[in-house]
Design a protein around this ligand. Sequence first.
Ligand code: SF4
Length: 413
Amino acid sequence: MEREYHVCTGCALLCDDIKLREEENKTIIDSACRKGVAWIKNCQHPLRCTVDAKDATPQAAIDKTAEILKSAKNPLIFGMGNSSLKAQEKAIELAKKTNACIDDTSSFCQGPFVEAILNDKIKSCTLGEVKDKADVLIFWGCDPSNSHPRHLSKYSYFPRGKMRQRGWEEDRTAIVIDVRKSDTAIICEDNFYQIPPKSDAEFARALTDALSGKVPKVTFGMKPKEILELANLLKKAEFGVIFAGLGLVYSIPEISPLEKLLEVLNKKTDFHLMPMVGQYNMCGFNHTLFDQTGYINRVSFEGKNTAHGPQYSVVEVLKEKRVDAALIIGSDPLSSLPGSIAANLKEIPTIVIDPCKTFTSQIANVTIPSAVTGVECKGKAIRMDGVKVELTQMRKSDKMADADIIEKIMEAI
Ligand code: SF4
C-alpha cells in the first residue's frame, strides 16, 4: 500500500508529514517549508551523463568510472551526505575494493560532535524527546529559521509536547548565542547573547565558571552578572538541549570547552547536545562507517588495512596531492572547500554522481546523474538525532538510484 505521507530530504530534519496532491494540473506539496518545496520540485539544472564532456550512456560512464578507479593506486571517495544508507554502504565497500580514502563533509563541519556522541562522550537525545520534554533550548551558532526552517515549529520551540502542554508561551525558554542577530535570534530576542567572532570557547568557559560558583571571566564587554543570570536559568532546566551550529564548530579549535560545560551542567540538571547537521544523511554515513571501522570519517583502506587520521581528510589528501583519482557522490567540494585545495581535483581524473549540475561536475571527466533519494527513489536515512527513517518515492524517474550506480561500478571493476 502506498504511504499517504512522504519524508522530505531537504535537510537532516527529515520531516515525515509531507503530502502531495493534485490541484488544477499542478502538484501541491503540503507541509514542506520553502526549502523542502524547492528540493522536492526538481533540480533547476539536472546533471547530464557525460564522459570527457561528451554525452554518454550511463553504461559508458560507469565503464569509464570503473577503468579510472581500477587504474588508480590511491583514489578518494568523498561526499554521500545526500545518499541513501544503502548507497553509503556500497561506497564503503567500493573504497575497500579500490584501496581508497573515504571521507565526507563531517570532516570539516559537525564531525567532532557526531563522533563524541557516538563514543558516548556527549549526551544527546531525539527530536521526539525535544518536543515532549525540552524546556530550555540553546541555539548556539545556528539559525534554524533559515537552515532547518521547521525546526522551531515542528520540534523545538512552538509545538505542544507531552510534558510541555503550554508550549513556547510558558513552558519553553529559547536562548540564542551568536555573533549576529539572526532570524532565530529575533524570535528569541529576550535571551539573545551576542558574542564577538571566535569567542565561543571563552563564552563556554565563562558559563562553566558561573555554573561552578566562580565569578566568570569575560573580556568582550559582557557583564559577569549577565553570565550568572544565564547560568541560573540553565541550572533550573528540567531537560535542556544545546543545538550546535556551524558558527560554533568553526569558532572552536576543539570541542573540550563544550564537553566541560555539559559535564558541569549535567551535575545539576539534564542537558543534551544535538549537532545541527545540514545534509539529510550525513549522520547515516557517520553511523555506517563507525559501525564498520570505529571511525566516522577520514578513513583509508590503502594496503587493505584500515587507517584513520587527519591526514586522510579530504582537505589534506587534496592539499598534499596524495590521491590520484576522485569519486564525488552527492557533494560539491569545489563550492565548499577553499579554492586552492579543491582546484587540485582538476589535476586528477574526477567522477561526479549527483542529481544536479554542480561546480565540481563542471570540471569532472565523468558525470553520472542519479535519482534524488526520497523524491525519485526509495531508501533509508539517519536523521540528525540518530533516528533511522524510511524514505518513500514521490514521483517516477528513469534515473538510477546512487546505490545502483555504485553497485554497477563495482560489477564493472
Ligand atoms: S525543515 Fe528540512 S526536512 Fe523539513 S520540510 Fe524543510 S527542508 Fe524539508
